[in-house]
Design a protein around this ligand. Structure first.
Ligand code: FAD
Length: 381
């Protein structure tokens, strides 16, 4: 293992790897990524990989739109021989309460003002897009055709291979156990395999970011929350867009291979456990069959769980950490960090290199919590 680096990135998920790739692509020579498990062992390898631009805050809309534009060209950008399988089948968001209908109206107006061409639909219009949808209890829908989903494994492999080709060193099964700070400046990282000296560290440790931040004496207010998900056997193609209900607490999509992937997110206690439960399967099936009755005879082949990295306002925490010179953070995506991954990589690389970021990220910095400048995102599952 190297003894020195220009930067050490802690976390081999999409945030860490996309930043490593972009730093190398922008000219940084000596980039090291530490991953305590295997690549994708964190949330990225366990996610639904949905990508939507229909958000309720300007910042999330801008980030998602920019990320989506990168996804559209990612195979070419990363010179990937495989396919990240980015399919833009749309996202159909279903409002089941009057409060949600009002929120959807505001969201669509905001999105349209930012160049995101989402539309409000009546339930009957939504049924034209998803003929199998049971519209009982649905009051209105919002739809955006350019939303979609990708394959998280191919996306990560594409980033990791492109980063390695540019000289990035990725050390798996290498855990950061301490961050060396002297006189308020980063000096290095202790790992279970030895120390690496550096004056820059990026914490991209997902749901573990609070623990890693504490190693540098910094409080990163991110809590881990278990979310479960399942996949069915492949069946004939019937569902074009991802369907999602915030109040109904469900998302469901059909993969290119015909499998349905679906999850719901009851608030859970803070935990690092990624076990699965029978209760989830029962509740998930009830919710899915309510919206898509034909799913009732489809068999489940696997269930698993992963961690959301929840921030206090459900918005990412990006940028420089003011208390420690040379420390940066990219986390707090609150269960939506896959879709923000490509733009996170670009913005963090620009920030670390001292360049102007193409989307201003000052409002997302860690200091906002101390200053009480939170920007709440209303549209999350
Ligand atoms: P991670 O992928 O978690 O990577 C962080 C890595 O840091 C981990 O691999 C971990 O092992 C490593 N690490 C931690 N501590 C250390 C240490 N001390 N030393 C070395 N390495 C360390 N997002 C979407 O955009 N769309 C979705 O549809 C979606 N669905 C989801 C469904 C589920 C069930 C779950 C659980 C998440 C979902 N997400 C979704 C959220 C998304 O998976 C995460 O927000 C995203 O993957 C975060 O990426 P990351 O790189 O920041 O973190």
């Amino acid at each position: 293992m190297k003894k020195t680096a220009e930067i050490v990135i802690i976390g081999g998920g999409i945030s860490g790897l996309a930043t490593a790739y972009n730093l190398a692509a922008m000219g940084m020579k000596d980039v090291v990524v530490l991953e305590k498990g295997y690549l994708m062992s964190g949330s990225t390898g366990r996610c639904g990989a949905g990508v939507r631009q229909q958000w309720g805050t300007e910042m999330n809309c801008l980030l998602a739109k920019a990320s989506c534009e990168i996804f559209e060209n990612l195979n070419e950008i990363l010179d990937y021989e495989g396919d990240i399988e980015f399919k833009q089948g749309g996202y159909l968001l279903m409002a089941v309460t009057e409060k949600e209908v009002e929120q959807f109206k505001k969201n669509v107006a905001l999105q349209n003002s930012l160049g995101i061409n989402s539309v409000l639909l009546t339930p009957e219009e939504a049924k034209e897009i998803v003929p199998d949808l049971n519209i009982e209890g649905i009051l209105a829908c919002a739809f955006h055709q350019k939303d979609g989903h990708a394959n998280p494994f191919h996306t990560m492999i594409a980033y990791a291979e492109a980063a390695k080709r540019l000289g990035v060193e990725i050390y798996t099964y290498t855990e950061a156990t301490g961050i060396i700070v002297e006189n308020g400046r980063i000096k290095g990282v202790n790992t279970n395999k030895g120390d690496i000296y550096t004056d820059k560290v990026l914490i991209a440790a997902g749901a573990w970011s609070k623990k890693v931040g504490a190693m540098a004496g910094v409080d990163i207010p991110v809590r881990p929350e278990r979310h479960q998900i399942l996949v069915t056997e492949p069946v004939n193609h019937r569902l074009g867009p991802m369907i999602m209900s915030f109040a109904g607490n469900i998302y469901c999509q059909q993969e290119p291979g015909g499998e349905f992937i679906m999850g719901h997110g009851p608030a859970e206690h803070e935990t690092y456990s990624v076990t699965s439960s029978w209760d989830f399967v029962e509740e998930m099936c009830r919710k899915a069959v309510r919206f898509l009755p034909y799913l009732k005879n489809v068999r489940i082949v696997r269930q698993w769980s992963g961690l959301y990295e929840i921030s206090p306002d459900a918005q990412p925490i990006l940028g420089r950490v003011e208390q420690v010179e040379g420390l940066y953070v990219a986390t707090g995506f609150s269960g939506h960090g896959f879709m923000f991954g490509p733009i996170t990589g670009v913005l963090m690389a620009e920030c670390i290199l001292g360049l102007p970021t193409r989307i201003p990220i000052d409002k997302l910095n860690l200091g906002r919590f101390e200053r009480g400048e939170l920007i709440f995102e209303p549209s999350v599952v």
